[in-house]
Every structure is written in structure tokens, then in C-alpha cells.
Design a protein around this ligand. Sequence first.
Ligand SMILES: [Zn+2]
Length: 213
Amino acid sequence: MAQRRRRSSISRMEDLPPISPPHDIAVMTNLVSQLLKALGESPGRNGLLKTPERVAKALLFMTKGYHEDIERLLNGALFPIEYDEMVIVKDIDFFSMCEHHLLPFFGKCHVGYLPNKKVVGLSKIPRVVDAFARRLQVQERLTTQIAETLKRKLDAHGVAVVMEARHLCMMMRGVEKQNTLAVTSSMLGAFRTQDQTRNEFLKLIRRNAVGEA
Ligand SMILES: [Zn+2]
């Protein structure tokens, strides 16, 4: 049943691994234990006894977006409406993991769209962000996936997504740049073709607080 549902969803289209949590946890626990040994640690010492299983469970949680059914999430939350002004949900916190180092990157995501006879429940937008963020990602692809999915599901006149993130793989290793913010954007439809629309969105996401001009 679960298999059939995934077949029609985005996650199935991206050819993602099947779900088998108990088995995965056992396999991963064993691997983390070996990893600890390779690092020169003793997995048997008191502080580390439960670490492999904790790490396995944490990793499964941080990649649970693979198993989110985004189609179903959005299908139940679309409403017909005549409203055709820009809708913006900004400052959405997100946490993801870079697929090159398996280290976190995290920050804020801003989403805007121009409705075309239907809108989506506002709370669903952060859930779409989460579903794509909680996977192994690169920030550029994450940004595009959110924008393209919303564009397609909402049939919107345009969708804009801007993501600002700090990457621990840059902060803790390599170039060790502590304050670097990586910014990516995906502008589709009217946000790509009309400067005025794009600029209005960019201006609105720069405003700091409710009521502030
Ligand atoms: Zn990285």
C-alpha cells in the first residue's frame, strides 16, 4: 500500500531508497560503531555505549524528507480563490545536510508566489521546505526543487524561492569562513520575466518585522 502511494509521488520519481527503519537502524548502528573504531575511539566505553544507535536514529530523522509524500500533502490543501496578489511566506527556518560532507547547513527560506485561481494553506509551504530540506542536499538543488514543486502543484503565475544558509562544512573545516552566508534563488514564471514582480518580492523579504516599513 505504502509502495503504491509512493509510486505516484515526487519521492518515487526521484528513485529514493525504500523504507525499512528497524533494519536500517541495525545496519547503521553497526556502521557507526565501526566508524568510532576507525576514529581511534572505543565504542565500548561508557559514554559511547548508546552513541551508534543514537546517531542512526538522528540520521534517519534528519533525512526523513525522503519518505514525505509531498503530492498528498499539497493535494488536500489547495483552495480555489479569486485573489491574485503576491503571497509570501518568509523566514522559514530550515535544516539540511550537505551531500558532500554529511554536515548540516541551515538558515532561512523565503517563498513567494502569484496565485492562479488557487492558493495553498500557508502552513503547507514550510512543510514542503522541510520535506526537501531533510534529505542529503546541495543548496542550489534544494532551492530549485521547492520552487518547481510549488509552481507545478499550484499552477501559479510565478514562484520565487530565496534561501540563505550557513554551511558547517565551510565553517568547521576547509576554508573555515565563519560568517559566510550562501544565498541561492529560483525565480519562475512572472518572477523571472517581470523585474517589477521580482523586485517587489525581494523588497518584501528584506523587511525585518511585522509593521516595519
Ligand atoms: Zn559540504
